[in-house]
Design a binder for this molecule. Structure first.
Ligand code: AR6
Length: 176
C-alpha cells in the first residue's frame, strides 16, 4: 500500500529490512551501544558484517530519540541510520521520543542527500511499544516531516509479520 504526501511517496510492505536493495538507506532499531543484539539490530549487523560494529563504536552511546549515520558495509544500501527507540514504560515521554527517532532519521537523510529510505517498526519489538500506537506515531511523523525535508522521494516501512503489516496499513489509511 502507498500514499503520496506532497511529492513524498510513503509505502508499507511486508519483508526483511536487510533485503531492500532499492533504497539508499535502511534504519536500524538499535541499542544505545550500537552493537548487534537481537531483532532488527542483529539482522542488520549480521548482513553488514563486522565493519559496521567497528564504525559504530566511536559513535556510541546514543540517547533515546537520537539518530546517527554510518555506511552500509555489506548491505545492499549505501547507508545505515541507527536510531534508539524508547523502552515502553521506561523512557518518557514515549510518544515524543519515538517521533524523534523518525524525525531525526529523516533530517540526517536530508542532510546527506538521501532520497529513499526504509524503516522497521522502531520500539515495537523488544522495547515493548504497543503496535497500533507505534504504527500511528511512525506514519504520522513520516507523512508530516518527510515532505518538509527537501529531496526525500520515498519512505518505506518494512514490517516483519502480518500483524505489524496490518497495523501500519491501517495507520497509513487513516492519516490525512
Ligand atoms: N526486518 C524487519 N523487521 C524486523 C526484522 C527484520 N529483519 N527483525 C525484527 N523485525 P526490535 P526494538 C521487527 O526488537 O523494539 C534489539 O535487541 C520486529 O518484529 O528489533 O526497537 C536491539 O539490540 C518488530 O516488529 O526493535 C535493542 O536492544 C520490529 O522489527 C532492541 O532490540 C522492532 O523490533 C530494540 O528494540
Amino acid at each position: 500500500m502507498k500514499k503520496t504526501f506532497d511529492g513524498t511517496e510513503v509505502e508499507v510492505v511486508r519483508g526483511d529490512i536487510t533485503d531492500q536493495p532499492d533504497v539508499e538507506a535502511v534504519v536500524n532499531a538499535a541499542n544505545a551501544e550500537l552493537m548487534p543484539g537481537g531483532g532488527v539490530a542483529g539482522a542488520i549487523h549480521r548482513a553488514a558484517g563486522p565493519g559496521l560494529a567497528e564504525e559504530c563504536r566511536p559513535l556510541a552511546p546514543i540517547r533515546p530519540g537520537q539518530a546517527v549515520i554510518t555506511g552500509g558495509h555489506r548491505l545492499p544500501n549505501r547507508h545505515v541510520i541507527h536510531v534508539l527507540g524508547p523502552v515502553y514504560g521506561q523512557d518518557r515521554p514515549e510518544e515524543r521520543l519515538l517521533a524523534d527517532c523518525y524525525r531525526n532519521a529523516l533530517r540526517l537523510a536530508g542532510e546527506r542527500g538521501i532520497s529513499s529510505l526504509a524503516f522497521p517498526a522502531v520500539s515495537a519489538g523488544a522495547f515493548g511499544y504497543p503496535l497500533e500506537e507505534a504504527a500511528r506515531v511512525a506514519v504520522r511523523t513520516v507523512s508530516e516531516e518527510a515532505p518538509r525535508i527537501g529531496g526525500i522521494r520515498r519512505v518505506r516501512f518494512v514490517l516483519f509479520g502480518e500483524r505489524e503489516l496490518e497495523a501500519f496499513r491501517r495507520a497509513l489509511e487513516e492519516v490525512a
